[in-house]
Design a protein around this ligand. Sequence first.
Ligand SMILES: CC(C)(COP(=O)(O)OP(=O)(O)OC[C@H]1O[C@@H](n2cnc3c(N)ncnc32)[C@H](O)[C@@H]1OP(=O)(O)O)[C@@H](O)C(=O)NCCC(=O)NCCS
Length: 168
Amino acid sequence: MMARAHPEFALRPFLIEDTPLLAEIFRASIEELTGDDYTEGQQRAWASAADNEKAFARRLSGQLTLIATMNGSPIGFASLASNETIDLIYVHPAVVGQGAGTMLVDALAKLAAARGGKRLTADVSDSAQDFFKKRGFTAQQRNTVLRGGEWLANTTMEKTLAAKEAAA
Ligand SMILES: CC(C)(COP(=O)(O)OP(=O)(O)OC[C@H]1O[C@@H](n2cnc3c(N)ncnc32)[C@H](O)[C@@H]1OP(=O)(O)O)[C@@H](O)C(=O)NCCC(=O)NCCS
């Protein structure tokens, strides 16, 4: 498992005081990691979801949000909006490609299965499609969504959860 290969990473539950740092990770991740697939205007509109810190905190605390830490500091986060839906997953560009995203998805898959979820879906950005594909998700449908006044494309992707996922 990636967590063993990168023992400096750990997971913990979201605390409300994490909000400002998670907003920074969210913005940096969009700004630096999605530019090949989205225009600057689309990136700004997407990142504006964290502008209202109280609303962003409500979104994070209303879901099952996990924080990935490196040496105790948050470097990424992901949230489960229901037994079967991932809402957010963002890793700071400084540590991208080192296994934190995989650790977050694996943990949410286990939690979803433990809560009775049979499948896990996410509306996946074009920038994260390969990441989800390599983690066993398949594309279901293409969407165009309005975010902060801009239309953005994403893809609903789904993975069937094995019963053993809940036991692991
Ligand atoms: C998608 C994301 C969460 C993955 O996090 P991560 O910590 O890089 O994930 P991992 O290190 O576990 O896996 C990296 C894998 O993703 C791929 N990848 C995608 N974008 C990458 C990038 N910019 N840099 C490095 N690897 C990237 C790599 O090919 C790697 O694949 P492999 O190891 O299976 O060969 C992260 O790239 C991110 O925050 N992206 C921007 C925001 C976004 O689009 N979020 C998803 C919204 S639905």
